[in-house]
Design a protein around this ligand. Structure first.
Ligand SMILES: Nc1ncnc2c1ncn2[C@@H]1O[C@H](COP(=O)(O)OP(=O)(O)O)[C@@H](O)[C@H]1O
Ligand SMILES: [Mg+2]
Length: 358
């Protein structure tokens, strides 16, 4: 592993953060969730205890991630990212364009940018099955209270570069840039960008370090975070230059005002609902609770997804095999959903939608 030196460690090293390593990223890119078989009550009754336990465990596991819904925001991020990569291929370092996906927590930013990365890597592998670039996509998160060295180590960690305690910042940056150029990296996704705090000296230094990477590495840079504008990435002389080359994609919760907005919210619920594997669940039962679900979640996709998945697990464990309102009522939601002021009808106009990704 990269961190041979205790001083290189930061809190994320102790958390389970598989996407920010190459193996974790590869697993994510090539993983397609398999919906488990749906058995009738009779078939379940015919199983012995162990078989039933395995069947339940499989379904609990499946419902813990469910599906990724191709919302219009996901589609927009994938399409914009693709266009930028096409345009950037012929651009000199300083003129490459990037994308910044920003909005409140739980609005699906990480999901959208990782889907972009996955789509890109799969496309590259399809086009060059034999001799393609080794590492087309890098995904990393900005650690809390990061220093420039910690940021460089994040890159190195994804690449599994061996780093000795004596490697200074310049060494690490040099080898990261070299490896990324050799590995043909064309997309770099930097998530949790709000962890940069431009009010602190180290935050400003990390921002500069990031700009340096973006100038040196011949790839398209995509940033995601809660408030990319406020962290100052786009302020100052250098920042303003950067801002003029960044496509902003703001993310919001789903609104429940106009007829169209309600249709879009329902469509999202229907897609999530259709992915459920519960023996007694009638399609449409959740969609009929659309207003209640909006009230509970304030239109946040993260809260909706959690609510439905947790309720499905309750329905599996208690044997009812269908989601009832009391299952939903029993799920405690996160503080943000419970306290979010409801989206004002008619104001939030971002189009939202539906189909699940294949
Ligand atoms: N397009 C989507 N389809 C299905 N579930 C989603 C989608 N976007 C987000 N979610 C759910 O919402 C949760 C939070 O989304 P995430 O992308 O982590 O939001 P953010 O990065 O904005 O905080 C995810 O764990 C996932 O369960
Ligand atoms: Mg996120």
């Amino acid at each position: 592993m990269v961190n041979s030196n205790e001083n290189d460690r930061h809190p994320a090293d102790y958390a389970h953060e598989p996407l920010t390593t190459r193996e974790g990223w590869q697993r994510f890119v090539h993983h397609t969730p398999e919906p488990p078989a749906l058995l009738t009550a009779d078939e379940r009754a015919g199983m012995d205890d162990l078989e039933l336990e395995l069947h339940q465990a499989l379904r609990l596991d499946y419902h813990s991630e469910l599906v990724v819904v191709n919302t219009p925001m996901v589609t927009q991020v994938i399409n914009t990212g693709y266009e930028l990569m096409l345009v950037n291929r012929r651009q000199l370092a300083g003129a490459r364009r990037g994308m910044a996906v920003f909005g409140p927590a739980g609005t699906g930013k990480t999901t959208a940018v990782t889907q972009l990365g996955r789509a890109h890597e799969l496309r590259v592998r399809r086009r060059h099955p034999q001799s393609g670039p080794e590492i087309p996509v890098v995904y990393l998160t900005v650690p809390p209270a990061a220093t420039p060295r910690m940021l460089a180590v994040e890159f190195a960690r994804f690449l599994a570069l061996p780093l000795g305690a004596r490697n200074n910042l310049a060494d690490v940056v040099h080898s990261v840039c070299g490896v990324l150029a050799d590995a043909g990296t064309s997309l770099v996704i930097v998530d949790e960008i709000h962890n940069l705090n431009l009010g602190t000296r180290s935050g400003a230094e990390v921002s500069d370090q990031l700009k340096y990477f973006a100038e040196r590495i011949p790839a398209t840079f995509v940033y995601a975070g809660i408030d990319v504008e406020r962290i100052g990435l786009f302020s100052g002389t250098r920042g303003r230059q950067l801002a003029s080359r960044f496509t902003p994609i703001p993310t919001t919760g789903f609104a429940y005002g106009t007829k169209l907005q309600r249709q879009q919210w329902r469509a999202l619920i229907i897609t999530l609902e259709s992915a459920l594997r519960l023996a007694e669940h009638r399609p449409g039962a959740l969609a009929r609770l659309d207003q209640y679900l909006h009230l509970r979640t304030a239109g946040m996709i993260g809260s909706l997804s959690h609510l439905i998945r947790a309720a499905a697990m309750r329905a599996i464990r208690d044997g009812t095999e269908k989601i009832t309102k009391s299952h939903l009522a029993g799920v405690a939601l996160d503080y943000a959903a419970a306290n979010q002021p409801r989206a004002t009808p008619g104001i939030d106009s971002a189009p939202r939608g539906t189909a699940a990704t294949p």
